[in-house]
Write a protein that binds this ligand. Structure first.
Ligand SMILES: Cc1cc2nc3c(=O)[nH]c(=O)nc-3n(C[C@H](O)[C@H](O)[C@H](O)COP(=O)(O)O)c2cc1C
Length: 320
């Protein structure tokens, strides 16, 4: 089940998605971190942010709509208060694994970065680079919940300009770029990301969406529009992972984290067959924080039935 992702050794293929797992310790009382290959922190900005006014989250029949708006403590407090938590979490997993005579280096923690301007991304990237507890970062260029949050995620030239500025700042850190399903051409965005230094791609962020309460005739979340996640977006994400793997990431040897609507092992298996190296779980964690353990079990049995000894052998292994 171990996975090699852009030079990182993950104990398993499942990754807790940005913004759905707190900073890093919030799920400690409710789940076993040994089931996770990696954890992506919530997106961190240069300055602290309160995010949008409530309501910010709505439960919908096939997923959820959110407009959190990048609420976070800002990079300074993150480095001071949350990085020690990263060390704690990884040490705990190693210790538990040893007690059970197993090997598990603990989930790799990936720092997510967001911002409105290149300088803001650069400030957070500079703080993260060289921090050995964050061997990789994920650039969130696709958050639909801020006034300008998607400018870098919609236009290949804007993305190229951002990456040209950030890549040199991240001297010793793997750089993932997280793309938006709302981009006019996701393959073109992926190509720009790879050409300008991405070590990996995360596909996808939430899909721009809206819900209206018909009795009060008002938006169900304060901001009006938000991002849709959960099972509703899964088939969209599978196609995007497939197309990006076929046209860009596969030929370039750049790994993809498939993300969007994973609630059962078959969803994760679909991503792997479409070309993903690792699989993110977000909304599903709110329904069942122990979902990763269940998905791991399903994937393990599936790999056995498929006659492979390593899950990685099934990557992109579609019969077409
Ligand atoms: C409540 C909530 C908060 C999120 N916050 C972030 C965030 O801070 N940064 C980010 O890159 N993505 C964020 N996302 C997007 C998720 O990481 C993921 O891309 C998306 O939800 C699709 O996956 P899922 O269907 O498994 O939830 C958030 C999603 C939700 C539901």
């Amino acid at each position: 089940m171990a996975v090699s992702l852009a030079g990182l050794s993950l104990p398993g293929p499942l990754i807790a998605a940005a913004g759905t797992f707190g900073y890093v310790r919030e799920f400690e009382q409710v789940t076993d971190y040994r089931a996770l290959g990696a954890i992506v922190t919530k997106s961190i900005t240069a300055e602290p942010r309160d995010g949008n006014e409530p309501w910010r989250v709505v439960d919908l029949p096939a997923g959820m709509l959110n407009a959190i708006g990048l609420a976070n403590v800002g990079v300074e407090r993150f480095m001071a208060e949350k990085i020690p938590d990263v060390q704690h979490v990884r040490q705990n997993v190693r210790q538990h694994a040893r007690q059970n005579a197993r090997q598990n280096g603990g989930p790799v923690v990936i720092g997510s970065i967001a911002g409105h301007r290149i300088e803001e991304y650069a400030a957070v990237a500079a703080a993260f680079d060289g921090c050995e507890d964050l061997p990789a970062v994920e650039l969130n260029v696709s958050c639909p919940n801020t006034a300008t949050g998607r400018q870098f995620g919609d236009d290949p030239q804007q993305l190229a300009a951002l990456l040209d500025a950030i890549r040199p700042v991240l001297a010793s850190t793997a750089m993932f770029v997280k793309l938006s399903p709302g981009a006019p051409d996701i393959v073109a965005m992926a190509a720009a990301a790879v050409e300008h230094g991405a070590d990996g791609l995360t596909l996808i962020n939430t899909y721009p969406a809206m819900a209206i309460d018909v009795e009060s005739r008002s938006f169900r979340i304060s901001r009006g529009a938000g991002g849709l996640s959960g099972p509703a977006i899964h088939p969209i994400a599978v196609k995007m992972v497939h197309d990006v793997h076929r046209d860009v990431a596969g030929p370039a040897g750049v790994p993809i984290i498939g993300l969007g609507g994973v609630v059962k092992w078959q969803d994760a298996a679909e991503f792997i067959l479409a070309g993903a190296t690792a699989v993110g779980v977000g909304t599903g964690l709110f329904v069942d924080p122990n979902l990763p353990a269940a998905i791991n079990r399903g994937l393990q049995r599936w790999a056995r039935r498929q006659g492979v000894s390593r899950l990685e052998e099934l990557r992109g292994a579609l019969n077409t």
